[in-house]
Design a protein around this ligand. Sequence first.
Ligand SMILES: CC(C)(COP(=O)(O)OP(=O)(O)OC[C@H]1O[C@@H](n2cnc3c(N)ncnc32)[C@H](O)[C@@H]1OP(=O)(O)O)[C@@H](O)C(=O)NCCC(=O)NCCS
Length: 173
Amino acid sequence: MSNHPIQADEPAAKVRTVSESRSEYSELCLPSSANLLGNMLGGHVMHLVDLCGAIAGVRHSRSSIVTASVDQMTFLHPVHLGDLLMLKSQVNRVFRTSMEVGVKVWVENLRTGELRHTSSAYLTFVGLDKQGNRIVLPQIVAETDEEQRRWREAAERRAYRLAFKDKARLPGQ
Ligand SMILES: CC(C)(COP(=O)(O)OP(=O)(O)OC[C@H]1O[C@@H](n2cnc3c(N)ncnc32)[C@H](O)[C@@H]1OP(=O)(O)O)[C@@H](O)C(=O)NCCC(=O)NCCS
C-alpha cells in the first residue's frame, strides 16, 4: 500500500516554464569532503547533486519534495582540493505527482581556469503536501529546442526506471 495517499481531486494549479526552475549550486573542494588522495568523495558529489536537483524541484513545485530515484551516475574526472564544483539543474518534465530533474556538474581548476564536465544525473522527485500526501504538480512548458528534446527523452527514461523499479521488488513487496 502507498505510504503517501494522493489528493486526487486537487488540480494542478499552475503552469511554469523550465527556465523558472533553473538553479545553480557551487562548492569549493575542502579537506572535510575529500578522500585520502585529496579528491572529493563521490558520495559528497552525489549529495550536492541531490541538493541542486531539489532546489530546481522546489522552485518548480513550491512544495515539499522527496527524492524517489537517482539514475546511474558516472564520475568522469576527479575533483581536487581547491577546485570549484559547479552544478546546474532544471526540471525536464512533470508527470503527475513526480517530475524528472536533470543536474549537470562541472569542475573548475581555479588556478588555471580549466573547466571540465565531470558528471550528469537525472533525479525523480515527488511532491508532498504538509500532511505528507502526494500532490499533483504544476505542469511545465519546455520552450527551447533543447528543453523540448529533454522533455521528450524524459518519457523514455521514466519508462526504463519504472520497469527497473518493478524488477527490483522482492516477492511479496
Ligand atoms: C517516492 C515515494 C514518495 C513514492 O510514493 P508512493 O506513495 O509509493 O507512490 P507511487 O509508487 O504511486 O509513486 C508516486 C509517483 O512517483 C513515481 N515513482 C515512484 N517510484 C519511482 C522511482 N523509483 N523512479 C521514478 N519514479 C518513481 C511514480 O511513477 C509516481 O509518479 P506520477 O504520479 O508522476 O505518475 C515513496 O516511495 C517514498 O516516500 N520514498 C522515500 C523517499 C525519501 O525519503 N527519499 C529520500 C531518500 S531516503
